[in-house]
Design a protein around this ligand. Structure first.
Ligand SMILES: C[S@@+](CC[C@H](N)C(=O)[O-])C[C@H]1O[C@@H](n2cnc3c(N)ncnc32)[C@H](O)[C@@H]1O
Length: 459
């Protein structure tokens, strides 16, 4: 829309009745159209956005995956929506200054919907992800200028490939009739809803790729026995000999198997099918950062030094990743989690790591407010909700409670920005000061970015 405005094109966006979403109308299909165009922006979903100047003088905005600003590309437009069209990438006519195709490590680049940024040097991927956060806050947070501080540099992942400790390739089978022996097993084709055959994934760990290759053969050999499509699961597990520190990797393929993973000196166990972060190389950086933010003094005033809050509530705690790694900095931790299996893992992970000051509660994050006995003024809260963010029931109770510090970790910066806007625009939350917002790259080569925002309640 910004681009349309800058070109003087209409931006009459219709919103749904509740005002929460845009209605994007599709024009009648007009068949394919080949075109050549200049890419000028990179969207938050990692797709290039180009300006297509048609022969009749009209201008169309076209989204072309696998392209970046500065590229001139050939594209095949396949769908026209009200304000922009969608195209398949065909080829690069001339690459922009940032493009370096020698960096691409996957042979399915331009086909698989997974990793669109491989041609962009890693430093620039990190800069792009920072820009995504800046734009998310400017579009969705809706607070006055100066309230959100300058977004920090994105912290990179130590591993740029071979980092994914979880892979879920899938396959479809026809509803009726014969299941072909060469049924594609892999990932979704970019811009379409069918699976393409992919036998390895360079962002997954070597151990996973090894087992995946073998499993593909086993599934193929038995493909006629499948009545429905399926998703395969591969989860890397690591055992460490605690006297020699020797490690041994294995791969779980059953969702009920137990995975073991180390984050610094902490050991976590969880069922292979349950939630746990998928890039173990970046977890020490993230957990240390979150821990350091919880410890920021409340005031550095030379007359009135106020230490950080001494209690921690970890809402959406999963198997206890932050509760356990941050437990030494506080007197008491309470974790809350809606999944029964995750809460029992969090409890046993705390026991195994000899953490005596953490307890875990099963339930909706919003129930925690009825159970918290700690004074809000001395309590920090970690929020790490799923992609949809926190609901208004949770946020309203948070605004009644007013924890002294909030560390909001999010895999969807757009809902994070919306939720921060909700907190900061409410009269109850207007005393919060935003210390920082910065990204962490859990998924190099992809458009995803994790964002961590820190808020402290002023005196
Ligand atoms: C993004 S994960 C974060 C987990 C953990 N912080 C970690 O990094 O491993 C979100 C977690 O929130 C849990 N969850 C989802 N909705 C919830 C709710 N309404 N109340 C409490 N937990 C919820 C999910 O089961 C999941 O474990």
């Amino acid at each position: 829309m910004e681009l349309r405005k800058s070109l003087g094109l209409a931006v009459d966006l219709k919103t749904s009745e509740d005002g929460n979403s845009f209605i994007i109308e599709q024009r009648p299909p007009a068949g394919f159209r080949y075109t050549e165009l200049d890419v000028v922006k990179l969207s938050s979903t990692g797709d290039g956005i180009g300006i297509d100047r048609l022969e009749d003088g009209t201008i169309e905005i076209v989204v072309v995956p696998y392209s970046i600003p500065g590229d001139r590309v050939k594209a095949k437009v396949y769908k026209t929506l009200e304000h922009y069209s969608l195209a398949d990438f065909e080829e690069v006519i001339s690459g922009g200054p940032a493009r370096d195709d020698s960096l691409v490590k996957c042979r399915y680049f331009t086909q698989c919907a997974g990793c669109q940024l491989q041609m962009l040097p890693y430093e620039q991927q990190l800069r792009h992800k920072r820009e995504v956060i800046v734009r998310a806050y400017s579009n969705f947070c809706r607070v006055s200028d100066g309230i959100i501080p300058e977004v920090g540099d994105t912290i990179g992942s130590p591993l740029e490939y071979g980092y994914r400790t979880k892979l879920t390739p899938h396959f479809d089978v026809p509803r009726k009739g014969h299941v072909p022996a060469d049924t594609p097993i892999g990932f979704t084709k970019k811009g379409r809803s069918y699976v393409i055959d992919i036998e390895e994934c360079p962002i997954a760990t070597l151990a996973i790729n090894d087992v995946y290759k073998k499993e593909r053969i086993r599934v193929r050999d038995n493909i006629s026995s499948y009545k429905r499509g399926a998703t395969l699961l591969f989860r890397e597990s690591m055992e460490m000999d605690e006297t020699t520190n020797d490690t041994q990797k294995s791969v779980c393929i059953d969702s009920k198997d137990t995975v073991t993973e180390y984050v610094n000196s902490y050991r976590f166990k969880y069922p292979a099918g349950d939630f746990f972060q998928c890039n173990s190389s970046v977890l020490p950086r993230v957990t240390e950062y979150v821990n350091s933010q919880l410890q920021l003094p409340l005031s550095n005033d030379e007359y009135k030094s106020m230490p950080a809050p001494k209690y921690l509530v970890d809402a959406y705690c999963g198997s206890g990743l932050f509760s356990i790694t941050c437990s030494q900095s506080v007197e008491e931790v309470i974790g809350v989690e809606i999944s029964h299996k995750s809460v029992s893992c969090a409890t046993s992970n705390a026991q195994e790591n000899k953490i005596a000051n953490a307890e875990f509660v099963l339930g909706d994050a919003a129930v925690i407010f009825k159970k918290i006995r700690t004074p809000p003024n001395e309590t920090s809260m970690i929020l790490d909700p799923p992609r949809k963010g926190c609901d208004s029931n949770f946020l309203n109770q948070l605004l009644d409670y007013l924890p002294r510090r909030i560390v909001y970790v999010s895999c969807n910066v757009h809902t994070q920005a919306r939720d921060l806007g909700y907190i900061l625009n409410d009269p109850r939350g207007s005393n919060y000061y935003v210390n920082s917002v910065r990204g962490f790259d859990f998924f190099p080569q992809t458009h995803h970015v994790e964002s961590v925002a820190v808020l402290t309640l002023r005196d």
